[in-house]
Design a protein around this ligand. Sequence first.
Ligand SMILES: [Zn+2]
Length: 443
Amino acid sequence: MTDTETLKRRVCDAIDERADEIVALAKSIQAEPELGFKEERTTEKVVSAFESVGLPVRENIAVTGARARLGSNDSFRAAVFGELDALVNPEHPLADPETGACHACGHHAQIAHLVGTAFGLVGGGAIDDLGGSVDFVAVPAEEYLDLDYRRSLVEAGEIEFFGGKQELIRRGELDGVDAAVMIHAGSDVPERRITSDFSTNGFVGKFVTYRGKEAHAGAAPEEGVNALNAAVLGANAIHAQRETFPDEDAVRVHPIVTKGGEGVNVVPSEVTMESYVRARTVDAMVDANAKVNRALASGAMAVGGEIEIEDYPGYMPLRTDPTIVEAYDRNVRSILGEGVLTEGNPHLAGSTDMGDVTQIVPGIHPWVGGFEGSVHSREFRVVDEEMAYVLPAKITACALVDLMTDAESRRALRRAREAKPSPEEYLERIRAFRGDVTESYLS
Ligand SMILES: [Zn+2]
């Protein structure tokens, strides 16, 4: 049995030895961005990195994606995640000119972290001392977008959920996992700073169609039913709900119009919108969603039109696990020094499908520095390669060594997992968010 400090030193040395390779992989993924459930090239790159250290790999675990396994001791199982997908922002300087896809959320750095952690634990010869096994999971489709394509996958029976981690849960990929770790690029955090302990909102996804009746917009608008007026009224009725959302629920409702009419001289007969309804807790999500659907329906009622609302499960609220945070923070301090951790337990009103994972598995999703510009914006870029691509892998690998060599930590994590809903209970809960509301006032 190697002592923990020696083990951690060996793991960090193994990461340093392959640091150039880790950075090159991240840059290669950044240069070829692919959207969710389409990450074929990105998956191939991760698979060859895993295979280069002799890990057995399963490919296309949820349409795309891959999973490598270190060790076979099932008495404790940790999983490290890295998100494969890009988002759409054609204004970003590194955007693919055809698809507009770009890594403006830094997911390419997550893959550096995923592969770097694997390189460290494999190269450092840690597995015999860990008291468990580690899975390295390259996950598709975290960004909730490109939804027409994803709806086509749902219709074809290839997926049930829009989020890659939700799909992994449905496919049983998280069964028996005791701890889940990943990192995420910080939004406009160029310095070496880390926020490890925080919560996020969950959300419901929504497609809205208003239907009316077309007519000549100048000569005979009285013969039409204006679907755009219904949508505007619906959006304003949502605004009238806002004072009823308690501050502590951090509700966010932000609809967009995706189709506003066909031609300016025709009364719009069909208008479509999309929205999220976000909140801090599942109860608050349910409450806000009911108010939003009622408000949207009022627009159809007012003009004598029709509304169809399709609700889809969005992502669930994220909660970090105190045992993992404690081990993680200890290694942040020893690798980066004092004063780099964000104090307190902030709540962030955005969302991630790591939230879904933390509903059923103790987890952590630290925001790490090294990035300038807000995530998703054209300004987003890496300004500190060592911080963005290499150092977080050392922190995670060392935190896993601490947690997995310590029987008390392993027991605490197992207890925390057993106190959470089972994957089946989770699936039932998010399926309940699916709904279809139709109200017609058309005569
Ligand atoms: Zn992201």
